[in-house]
Design a protein around this ligand. Structure first.
Ligand code: ZN
Length: 240
């Protein structure tokens, strides 16, 4: 393996003591990172860059990989595994599946609409595959940030869905999920270099401001109307 990776030094015989140097690092010092990069440098496929090389925590990379492979345990997938339960989405009356939960559920649509507003996009993605293309179109110079943003939003939706499912913590407003996603983005911004990090934090603050303004306006317009989210019909004492 070392020879294949170019990590094995050339040998020569002399009087000097043996010395080992590692070719995959500039300073010739061994590092696990250089082994990983060496092993994966010829990897291809869109998800290699989008998931495994993304600046997101390892646990979230795995989550995104499951999401990509339609393997998150949404209710449709549970039913395929002989689970005996209700197929209904936790946020609305449609059946739950990955595309529905993350992109087509009314609550997901509000979230993506707010993201769209931040980037001046005039449409929203309707599934994960389209979401990557959507980012390429509307945020063309920020490719390295795409996994960071998409993963934060999807993970926030998933965590809030699980809280609704297992802890009966029902969200009353999509702003809760956006706040959660923004907190994740701020935290994960620390994985980037200092310049990028500052820019990202500014972007997150802007997104949060736009979200609050939009939802405050909507709330004013909708005062006195029946709430549109399933959660508001349930457990009114349960603050999130
Ligand atoms: Zn739904």
């Amino acid at each position: 393996m070392l020879t294949n990776m170019g990590g094995c030094p050339e040998f020569y015989f002399g009087e000097e003591p043996d010395k080992v140097s590692w070719k995959l690092e500039k300073n010739n010092q061994f590092s696990v990172k250089s082994v990983y990069n060496g092993l994966t440098r010829n990897d291809a496929g869109p998800y290699h860059k989008r998931i495994w090389k993304g600046k997101i925590p390892p646990k979230i990379k795995f989550f995104m990989w499951l999401l990509t492979n339609d393997a998150i345990l949404t209710r449709d997938n549970l039913l395929k595994r002989k689970w005996m339960g209700d197929a209904c989405c936790l946020f609305c009356d449609s059946d739950e599946n990955i595309t529905h939960l993350f992109f087509q559920c009314p609550i997901a649509k509000v979230i993506w609409s707010i993201v769209a507003k931040c980037f001046g996009a005039n449409n929203i993605p309707s599934n994960l595959q389209q979401c990557w293309k959507w980012c390429e179109i509307w945020i063309p110079y920020g490719e390295k940030y795409h996994p960071w943003g998409i993963a934060a939003i999807c993970w926030a939706i998933w965590k809030n869905r699980n809280r609704a499912c297992f802890e009966k913590k029902i969200i009353r407003n999509p702003l809760e999920i956006i706040c959660h996603a923004c907190a994740l983005m701020n935290y994960w911004a620390g994985l980037f270099a200092e310049n990028d990090k500052e820019q990202l934090e500014e972007g997150v603050a802007t997104m949060l401001r736009i979200a609050k303004e939009l939802l405050a306006t909507q709330q004013k317009m909708g005062e006195g109307q029946q709430p549109s989210y399933k959660d508001q019909q349930e457990d009114e004492d349960d603050s999130a």
